[in-house]
Design a protein around this ligand. Sequence first.
Ligand SMILES: O=C(O)CCC(=O)C(=O)O
Ligand SMILES: [Fe+2]
Length: 198
Amino acid sequence: MRFIEPIDTKNLASRIAAEGAVVVPGALSSDTVEELVRLAELERWHKAESIVGTSQVEQDYFVVEAFHRESVFRLLAEKTSSWVNTWGSLTTGWSWLRFNETRLQRYDTNSRGISPHRDGLRYRQIIALYVLEGGGRFGLCDDRTESKQPVNARVLQMSAGDLVLMRAAGFLGEDIQPMHFVDGVQERRITYGLRYVP
Ligand SMILES: O=C(O)CCC(=O)C(=O)O
Ligand SMILES: [Fe+2]
């Protein structure tokens, strides 16, 4: 299996800094995506808790958090760690990382997605999210209303094979965690999210 396709890193760090999250199109080939979806379907999925945290974030998806030692998802996490460190070391203020918290998430048709939230402060530097099936909308927003709707939503266009890079606490020395959400799931969405907890 091929893993990460060549990625254009020009201005990537400054774009992530300015926009909060950037979509890298075609980071995985369609053959790779197809194989990853096939393997994802064989994993043991659990329904995620539907309300989490002090701000009562609502989420509606199935998740895989534990992967077999030889799982291709572990390998993809390792390859992505190497890639991100090689790229990151070209930018000032980068700290070496290893993606050690990895999660597949599956949102079935008509899932309510995830209400606007910030990923925890314990996740450092950068979050990498592979899109394996591209249903639903992923967006950034400035805030959330009392009824958990995004304020000033900016939807990021993405499809299967794309990689979303989102800044996390500590990215280039700043503790900024962009607020984001998933909604509008009319077709299945599957993502593979990689996070670093020091
Ligand atoms: O699966 C996605 O597209 C986003 C997931 C997310 O924001 C999260 O799990 O915190
Ligand atoms: Fe999130």
